[in-house]
Design a protein around this ligand. Structure first.
Ligand code: S3P
Length: 442
């Protein structure tokens, strides 16, 4: 099986210690979560939706290609823009072949919910990493709604049977997951009656906000969302904010390199995404939120980060779900901080694009940092990072985090297997070098 994000050849990076401090004003690419959802709701809406700030990453392009296979016309008027010609809730056509989600867990899980309510069968496939990620968390509640989905023992490929009558359910999520919540809400559009989702901890609410913006009646608040089937989506223009998860690497980098000051422009600050901001501040970081405003229904601001000495913390458990994608970057901050950082309650990291506890612990140990792994976290003792070779595990955020580590290491770091960085952050290398990184393809 070949996935969109799968490496055509291997790509390694060398990250060298910083010369002068990091300086500049940067616009990181558009938010991945928002870009996926804008395509999905735009496709199911009646009329044309213009998406601006769209992430030109492999994950979101894979989702666009899936909708093209399902009969939706999507134009690219300019890079970072998409014009989606919506076909209406019942206008998708069955595809001939499998639908390739590449590396994207968000793409696959949300599409599973969306496709469970269609009249036709679909097969979803993904790359090697996605083919190892657990799907029962979405298929089980969808089956409880009346769907029929075949899996390979809970893993992709997923074969989703069409022509099923779905009915709403009340579902308490066993783990906090915006992907599962969103999949069930998308299936709920096609279900008879009410679909109600309760979360153990509130997660990002982009699907709820965007459904409301597209005119679908929905009730939601922290930890809860409910809607009924049988309405229609009206096309709406979407302005995608810059992705906080991409900004995160620069927040850590500028905090660590003496003398640095970076301005990150128009970053999405949805409170369910900004746990790292709080964690870094607890560690002593100097980050200012400037020009806070609303853009496309989302809070957005410019972030000014200046170097500051960091110290270790016991990470408050309540922050974990709000920074679930930022742990690779936090591991680097912890490794370069003074003292010990304790991470607990983050077992979900083990089922991301790689097992991020294991990937980060192994990489940091290879650089001479003392890391004790636990089932749901790690104890990182900060100090000096040595030179060395680390494995990127085909995980975009692991690779970019070690690129940041290279800035403050005692010598160069070779990062193996970095090709998947393009899934979420095309142009990372150029943007990073533009503000003072010394990062090169090996
Ligand atoms: C996402 C939800 C999170 C996150 C992922 C994007 C989303 O996954 O890690 O990168 O867009 O809904 P989980 O729902 O598995 O926590």
């Amino acid at each position: 099986m070949s996935g969109v994000g799968e490496a055509a050849g291997r790509l390694d990076w060398i990250s060298r210690p910083a010369g002068p401090p990091l300086r500049g004003a940067l616009a990181v690419p558009g938010d991945k979560s928002v870009s996926h959802r804008a395509l999905m709701l735009g496709a199911l809406a009646e009329g044309e939706s213009h998406i601006r700030g769209f992430l030109e990453g492999e994950d979101t392009r894979a989702t666009a290609a899936v909708f093209a296979q399902l009969g939706v016309s999507i134009q690219t008027p300019a890079p970072g823009e998409r014009l989606v010609h919506g076909v209406g809730l019942h206008g998708l056509r069955g595809a001939r072949g499998p639908l390739d989600c590449g590396n994207a867990g968000t793409g696959m899980r949300l599409l599973t919910g969306l496709l469970a309510g269609q009249a036709f069968d679909s097969t979803l496939v993904g790359d090697e990493s996605l083919s190892r990620r657990p799907m029962r968390r979405v298929t089980e509640p969808l089956v409880a709604m009346g769907a029929r989905i075949d899996t390979r023992e809970g893993l992709p490929p997923l074969h989703i049977h069409g022509g099923r009558r779905l009915h709403g359910i009340r579902y308490e999520l066993p783990v906090a997951s915006a992907q599962v919540k969103s999949a069930l809400l998308l299936a709920g559009l096609y279900a008879e009656g009410e679909t109600e989702i309760l979360e153990p901890h509130p997660t990002r609410d982009y699907t709820e906000r965007m459904l409301a913006a597209f005119g679908w009646p929905i009730e939601f608040g922290p930890g809860r969302a409910s809607l009924t089937g049988g309405h229609a989506l009206r096309a709406t223009d979407v302005q995608v904010p810059a992705d906080f998860s991409s900004a995160a690497f620069f927040l850590v980098a500028a905090s660590l390199v003496p003398g640095s000051e970076l301005l990150l422009r128009a970053v999405g600050l949805n409170p369910r995404r900004t746990g790292l901001l709080q964690a870094l501040k607890l560690m002593g970081a100097d980050i200012e939120v400037l020009n806070a405003r609303q853009s496309g229904g989302e809070p957005v601001a410019d972030l000014r980060v200046r170097h500051a000495p960091l110290h270790g913390i016991e990470l408050p458990g309540a922050l974990v779900p709000d920074m679930i994608d930022e742990f690779p970057a936090l591991f680097i901050a912890a490794a370069a901080a003074r003292g010990r950082t304790v991470i607990r309650g983050a077992a979900e990291l083990r089922v991301k694009e790689s097992d991020r506890i294991a990937s980060m612990a192994a990489g940091l140990r290879a650089l001479g940092v003392s890391v004790e792994e636990t089932p749901d976290g790690a104890l990182v003792t900060g100090g000096t990072l040595g030179p060395g070779t680390v494995e990127g595990h085909g995980d975009h955020r692991v690779a970019m985090s070690f690129a940041v580590a290279g800035l403050v290491a005692a010598g160069e770091i070779r990062i193996e297997d970095c090709r998947n960085v393009a899934t979420s952050f095309p142009g990372f290398l150029e943007l990073a070098n533009g503000c003072g990184f010394a990062l090169a393809e090996a």
